[in-house]
Design a protein around this ligand. Sequence first.
Ligand code: XMP
Ligand code: MG
Length: 193
Amino acid sequence: GSENQKGTADVYGDDIASVLITQDEIAAKTKELAELIAKRYPADAPEGDLLLVGVLKGAIFFMTDLAKALPIPTQMEFMAVSSYGSSTSSSGVVRIMKDLDKDIAGRNVLIVEDIIDSGLTLSWLKRNLSTRNPASLEVVTLLRKPDALRTHVDVAHVGFDIPNEFVVGYGLDYAERYRDLPYIGTLDPKVYS
Ligand code: XMP
Ligand code: MG
């Protein structure tokens, strides 16, 4: 029919075992987070516009939707980092694949993440960015897994706490696939094997 085929996972057959968070739930949560975040940054802050730092590629969908929902002027920069380890878990040893184009000294910086699992990647990133002397440095993540709760990394805003399952969609991939799904879903185990 005329419905978005990705809305029902038709384009990926039956690879998606279940929908964990719907498109509507993501949109509602993003609006809620945007309103909370905006309260912390006055529109006419002396530090200038809030600077969103998105972590490629997973955070792109959340970042653009969040930027549109934030009722204050924001600017966007991107970083790409690669964590050594398997495709489904990180080691905490991080390499910068693409650095920021701009100096962030004196700016209000908000790191935008898709998901925090062990928290090792984020912990490294926060330390790295803080050495560049931003006026403030906070984190918003759409998703957080239980393991992250054991890591001492301060995350100001969390969208959803989710079970310890591998999830895809809305930017999150398995072997670069499924990012284009508009919702968050779990993968059928047959995909891994
Ligand atoms: P850590 O453990 O450092 O890992 O917090 C964060 C990064 O690991 C990836 N990751 C996932 N990617 N579905 C994904 O598509 C998942 O369920 C998942 N869990 C962790 C992701 O790259 C994230 O930035
Ligand atoms: Mg990622």
